[in-house]
Design a protein around this ligand. Structure first.
Ligand SMILES: [Zn+2]
Length: 383
């Protein structure tokens, strides 16, 4: 039966109705015109496919509300979170061009209306305040990364549930953050809820103690762990200024963190700068921060710093470098959209002494924060 069938089939080949030029007689050398026809056909098909992909991509980026977070968004980042590293690395080749939008928001609207620099005359009458070397490790502008460990360990922490608003939930009542930032969290998430009506935002993690980080680091030890889990002492969560958002989904969602800052939630990632927060591990800055893109990890640095970082689309490490170039004689002056004018400058720690005289204005309110690297940042509110 089979033999008979196969003997009868050659005639059926004609159902393909290929033009003669595509019919190859394999018993003879293939004529040049046939080779040419095949190559030309392959070329035309490739061009067509390329055009279709190009038009599709252009259409997507043109209509996407959040180009960075949505367009390339990647099933890859889906299952990632700091404590459950995914084997598939999200590498920097993944659209560094979208990193600007990721951090500065797709609207392109700047949070600061003007940035300039000024001599210290702008401070008016000044005096000095003495700061010790250990003070370098404290304040909302401390840089904590794989090179600079946290000197905080719980002393500034408040439980969020004691002061939280109703616009979000907590993974449990033990979640704490630096007490000063709870108001900012409340305001940001209240504004988000009133805009979009979403009520499934959850703060999954805030302060993590050194001991917790030891356990987490040991649990997750594998080749990729240092991309997602900080070594004990080097986690920003230990400062209390960082927290992770998650979604409290009815069906429980997937394992790991469900918050990706997409759809309506992109509003939070685009506007967090107004409330003093930054996306600490932006896309495209992996080489600088030492961590993969984490749209769920927010860090408080306070205004106007958060606004400058968002506007410029830079990592916190890069901002600290910028500040190191602005002493009191070359201070950064930033005006925000509320009409508030800020003056920011850096004072290097005195290497010859255990304490440093930090210049401050007499007539304006100011804050001094250590940078946890080499000195102090003074933030003055001029108006
Ligand atoms: Zn985190």
């Amino acid at each position: 039966m089979d033999n008979n069938n196969s003997n009868n089939t050659p005639e059926k080949k004609s159902f393909l109705r290929l033009p003669d030029i595509y019919r190859i007689d394999y018993s003879k050398p293939v004529p040049f015109r046939q080779q040419f026809a095949f190559m030309a056909t392959v070329l035309v098909i490739s061009c067509l496919l390329f055009s279709i992909v190009y038009i599709y991509q252009t259409f997507r980026s043109g209509t996407s509300q959040v180009a960075g977070a949505e367009a390339s968004s990647s099933a890859e980042s889906k299952d990632k979170k700091e404590s459950k590293p995914d084997k598939k690395k999200e590498n920097s080749s993944e659209s560094s061009k979208s990193s600007k939008k990721e951090t500065s928001g797709s609207s392109g609207k700047k949070l600061l209306t003007k940035v300039s620099s000024s001599g210290k005359d702008i401070l008016g009458e000044t005096q000095t305040v003495s700061k010790t070397d250990s003070d370098i490790g404290f304040g909302s502008l401390v840089l904590v990364n794989k090179d600079y460990s946290s000197r905080y360990d719980g002393e500034n922490i408040k439980l969020i549930f004691e002061e939280k608003s109703d616009s979000y939930v907590l993974s449990d009542n033990t979640v704490g953050v630096a007490g000063d930032i709870i108001t900012n969290i409340n305001t940001m998430l209240d504004d988000f809820q009133s805009l979009y009506g979403e009520s499934d935002i959850m703060i999954a993690c805030g302060y993590r103690s050194y001991d917790t980080q030891v356990a987490l680091f040991n649990d997750e030890m594998d080749d990729e762990s240092d991309k997602w889990v900080a070594p004990p002492g080097y986690s920003e969560h230990q400062t209390g200024f960082a927290f992770d958002l998650d979604l409290d989904l009815a069906d429980g969602g997937k394992a790991g963190i469900n918050y990706e800052g997409e759809g309506n939630y992109s509003w939070i990632n685009e506007n967090c700068g107004k409330y003093g927060f930054i996306i600490r591990y932006p896309k495209g800055k992996e080489d600088i921060t030492g961590y993969g893109f984490e749209p769920w990890h927010f860090r408080y640095v306070g205004a106007p710093h958060s606004e400058y970082i968002a506007d410029k689309g830079i990592a916190f490490e890069e901002y600290i470098d910028v500040l190191h170039d602005h002493g009191p004689d070359n201070a950064l002056v930033m005006d925000d959209e509320n009409g508030t004018s800020w003056c920011v400058y850096y004072v290097a720690a005195d290497e010859q002494s255990d304490s440093t005289d930090v210049i401050v204005p007499v007539n304006y309110s100011y804050e001094i924060s250590g940078d946890n690297v080499s000195g102090f940042i003074v933030t003055v509110k001029l108006s």
